[in-house]
Design a protein around this ligand. Structure first.
Ligand code: NAI
Ligand code: PYR
Ligand code: MG
Length: 587
């Protein structure tokens, strides 16, 4: 399955950066210089430029560092080995301690390196992405957000609050980098499946952007995590004296939109070529802001659009795993549990794919889809039906309004049961056993909610109760399962992290004005390739949509004349790779 191999995925990208990389990042050649406007201790305290004990003696002289460091110069490789050894030693010393304690200890050691020396941090991350993604991303990032006010030591990213109304245009110039390529923004209102975490949600943009650097080779000096603090409705946080955000209920309606509008205007005024990813907004604002900005700014919503792409890739992969032709996708019966930003995004995209493949209308293509929310199966009989779910509401004559998950599964005998509800364990034993009666010889169960405790079921339970022949995918990582028949039950990670880095990279390097449906579809169709390929597919789609404006020295004409291979090469050459560059001081 295409989601599985996170290690291969990222190492391939890094290797590509080394092999095909521009002179700047070719590890075997001398790296190009990096201009720095600071000297002395200021450099040591700046993680963008700091090399710790790795500054060569000549550089120590040139930059006023002589005497500020122990005399011996330690190579990058030695620093790397030293860090990995401290990490392994922490693993040994925390053996037997509760999982949360161990996870947070691992996060702290990585975060300290991130705060001190970004080059070393990202190299360590890229080379060990399989081990470290669960720490800087889901599931540990959820725990970090829950405890953020206590864990906070140093700022990262920018905070715009409701109190900054009217000031954002000037505030945006406080960010020290001249150029920003990728922005990930949240308002903290729906962090993973953990609900409203207010300002503490900043951990999510930070983790997502780490994935951009590690997987897509975006230069870390050009990324910007943003927290839009419009208050929180989380009473526990409001009562916590250490809470770092605004202590007021969330803004609503026009007041809320005015804050987001002001931020978007400010960000695109300073960096007109940036790409903005909306992340973990509660459903109503996820849809409203997507609708409001997608034609005006270069932005996308990862939960609605990124998740849709990754789920579609998984659904098509399931058909392949069943040994059937892709065209058989149109016959798959799919039950989606969760009708929020992610569930609706996935359902809409999958229905569109069926309509396209079968040459039928969107309405006709909804026939095999069943949408369940907190009130059960959604039918036309429901009072106050949300307009966004109307196209998927079933006729209650087929199954009753509000039918439970198990009732729907027993009646429909679906090929796929997909969870995006945020509710841990709702694919219980009864539901999973009902999937044994699926009409598919190889039914699929996707427990896509995050973090781990919010997954609809565990991998072990899915194989135990639903049968050893299932296809299993989860949003957060689970270990593969040893099956009684002696084989291994493979766990596929069904997470938008396989898609958003490529969407952002391709959009950025095409200089596209907006992110079109064609670009998102192209990303979904080639997800199993490395991010550079996803980025290239997104870029080519932007060329087809005739919206490219070029990037740096590469103009729209150059982009439109590139072959597919040349595009992959262009993308690869523009991926950042962590290596110490000689620092040149300029006043
Ligand atoms: N694997 C991945 O790549 C992604 C996973 N997610 C996960 O999906 C989950 C939901 O995210 P959103 O859609 O943005 O949240 P949301 O809050 O917009 O939607 C949640 C939906 O679940 C429904 N629901 C709640 N309790 C339920 C129950 N007991 N039975 C059935 N349905 C129930 C709600 O009615 C609502 O329709 C989160 O846990 C998030 O982490 C989200 C995006 C990407
Ligand atoms: C993966 C992701 O974006 C989420 O769980 O919200
Ligand atoms: Mg998300």
């Amino acid at each position: 399955m295409m989601w599985r191999n996170i290690a291969g995925f990222s190492k391939a990208a890094a290797a590509a950066a080394r092999t095909h990389g521009s002179r700047r990042y070719l590890s075997s050649a001398i790296p190009g210089p990096c201009i720095v406007h600071k000297r002395g201790a200021d450099i040591l305290h700046d993680p963008w430029f700091n090399k710790d004990t790795g500054f060569p003696l000549t550089e120590r002289d040139r930059l006023g560092l002589r005497g500020l460091l122990p005399p011996r110069v330690i190579s990058f490789e030695q620093q790397y080995a030293r860090f990995i050894e401290s990490f392994r030693s922490l693993e040994r010393n925390t053996q037997g301690q509760p999982d949360n304690v161990v996870s947070l200890a691992k996060w702290r050691i990585l975060n300290r390196l991130h705060d001190r020396n970004e080059t070393l941090y990202y190299r360590v991350l890229i080379d060990n992405i399989k081990d470290f993604a669960p720490i800087i991303y889901t599931p540990t990032v959820g725990l970090v957000c829950q405890n953020y006010s206590g864990l906070y030591r140093r700022p990262r990213g920018m905070y715009f609050s409701a109190k900054d109304k009217g000031e954002m245009m000037s505030m945006i110039y406080n960010w020290p980098a001249h150029q920003v390529d990728m922005i990930v923004i949240t308002d903290g209102s729906r962090i993973l499946g953990l609900g409203d975490l207010g300002v503490q949600g900043i951990g999510i943009p930070i983790g997502k952007l780490d994935m951009y650097v590690a997987a897509a080779g975006i230069n870390p000096q050009r990324v910007l995590p943003i927290m839009l603090d419009v208050g929180t409705n989380n009473q526990k946080l409001l009562q916590n004296p250490l809470y770092l955000g605004l202590r007021q209920p969330r803004l609503e309606g026009e007041e809320y939109l005015e804050i987001v509008d002001e931020f978007m205007e400010a960000a695109f005024t300073r960096w007109p070529k940036a790409v903005v990813q909306f992340e973990d907004f509660q459903a109503k604002w996820a849809f409203e802001t997507l609708d409001r900005y997608r034609k005006k700014f270069c932005m996308f919503n990862d939960d609605v659009q990124g998740t849709a792409g990754v789920a579609l890739a998984g659904l098509l992969g399931t058909v392949r795993a069943q040994g059937r032709p892709l065209s058989d996708f149109v016959n798959q019966k799919i039950v989606v549990v969760g009708a929020g930003s992610a569930g609706l995004g996935v359902t809409k995209t999958a229905v569109q794919a069926v309509a396209r493949m079968a040459g039928i209308s969107f309405a006709e293509a909804t026939k095999n889809f069943y949408l369940i929310d907190k009130d059960g199966l959604v039918t036309t009989e429901r009072s106050k039906l949300d307009p966004a779910v109307v196209p998927f509401a079933k006729n209650p004559a087929e199954i009753r309004e509000g039918a439970s998950i198990v009732e729907v599964v027993k009646t429909v005998r679906p090929h796929v049961l997909l969870g995006l509800s945020g509710v841990g364990g709702i694919f219980n034993e009864e539901v999973l056993k009902a999937m044994r009666e699926s009409d598919s010889c190889k039914p699929a169960i996707f427990a896509m909610s995050n973090p781990t405790l919010n997954a609809e079921c565990t991998a072990a339970d899915a194989f135990k109760h639903a049968g050893e022949n299932i296809v299993f995918g989860s949003g957060s990582p689970f270990e593969n399962v040893q099956l009684e028949n002696g084989s291994v039950g493979h766990v596929n990670q069904a997470n938008n992290m396989y898609l958003f880095p490529g969407i952002g990279l391709g959009t950025l390097l095409s200089g596209a004005r907006i992110v079109t449906d064609g670009m998102l579809l192209a990303a979904a169709e080639c997800i199993r390739h490395i991010t550079a390929e996803v980025g290239a597919a997104v870029l080519r789609a932007a060329v087809t949509d005739d919206i490219v404006e070029g990037h740096g020295d590469v103009g729209p004409r150059d982009l439109s004349h590139m072959s597919k291979e040349e595009t992959v090469d262009y993308i690869t050459r523009n991926m950042w790779f962590p290596i110490y560059s000689p620092l040149v001081h300029e006043k």
